[in-house]
Design a protein around this ligand. Sequence first.
Ligand code: CMC
Length: 423
Amino acid sequence: MANTMTMTDNRTGKSWEFPILSGTKGPDVVDIGSFYSQTGMFTFDQGYTSTASCKSAITFIDGEKGELMHRGYDIAWLAENKKFLDVVYLLLYKKLPSKEELESFRLELKQRSYINEKMLKLFDALPDKAHPMAALQSTVAMMSAYYKRDMNIDDISDFMELAKRLVAKIPTIIAFYYRHVRGFPQIYPDLDRGFVENFLYMLRAFPHDRVDLKPIEVKAFEAVLLLHADHEQNASTSTVRAVGSTHAHPYASISAGIGALWGHAHGGANEGVIRQLEEIGTPERVDEFIARAKDKNDPFRLMGFGHRVYKNFDPRAKVLGKLRDQLIDEIGIDTNLIKVAKRIEEIALNDEYFVSRKLYPNVDFNSGLILKALGIPNEMFAAIFVMGRVPGWLSQWMEQKENAPVKITRPRQLYVGAVDQAK
Ligand code: CMC
């Protein structure tokens, strides 16, 4: 018997059959593509909590078990055994690179790590203290005008050129903007130091001066990027796919993804975590804020807690938790901040409100503390999330294209507004 689900309208007794599809892992899905044409009704799923929007072979998450895999490789294994660039390669080329492939990939990125410096004029047009995400989102959108040779979006091999360009240039844009805001002399990228180390070097270096990075600093930053590389159909990835489905240019899609990531419910959360820890200030004030988080009449939320998908633990937070403690031991951080963070963790992990709602520390709880310990200013955190996530967005964009014909993303609605006003 075919795998189907029967749905019955209890008002009329009429029934319809819908196919059930199975993936290689995870819940089956009911294919409701013909739902409207068969029943004359739409389905309603605000926030898409029960909706699979596409087929994908990139990332698998089991939120109940706290499992995350990229192309079949467990995230904890990748974090322990591979570098960020290996994972970028894995996402884009669908396999882990050999030593030679990784080296030639690094060289390709090195050649593309400079930017057309006319684009820097945009920074002058921004008001003082403009958020780095405003600078990054506009610069990436502007890249579609500067790198026109990549405009054949129907050619997947052209797309790879564009993908390398974005992975290589985004760290340069972020570091240049950081230095521009502070009036520091610009430091050009040097990928011979390694892709990850180069970014910290670009933030810290001064001409004719040495930059000594501790191995634990590079290791912790590498882990932050690697653990953010992809996360299946989250809000920003769905945005990249939605914009891509209109056949807009990939630079426009990625720029839109940056906009979606900016919000504090998504990539802006790690910035919010530190702001909140600073606002709490001392471990003695934690109880007061926990009470606010639990108060139904207070919109306050504990930043860095909870996740739409993970209802057991966030495997990325687990990896980063260990590195956070190692980093803090080795280099030191504002101890009050870490005391506040540990007190929040301790209370929330044992409090009925958080336990019953399955609210655990998410990746941003620890990534914020790591970035803070690395001396990176709060307002840069979301831009660094972009640096980590861009390979994921690019691989998802490419997969959507490969699964052509691409259907434009166009949900419907339940209309609840006024009717027949003019009659
Ligand atoms: N503090 C206090 N209560 C919370 C929190 C929190 N951080 N998160 C969820 N809740 C409560 C919420 O009030 C609701 O309670 P009730 O059932 O009594 O109404 C219940 O838990 C379920 O919350 P929800 O908003 O329906 O859950 P969601 O899946 O729609 O939201 C979330 C997920 C991540 C947006 C939310 O947990 C949140 O706002 N967390 C804080 C922001 C944050 O850390 N975001 C980073 C997410 S991880 C990085 C990423 O993927 O971008």
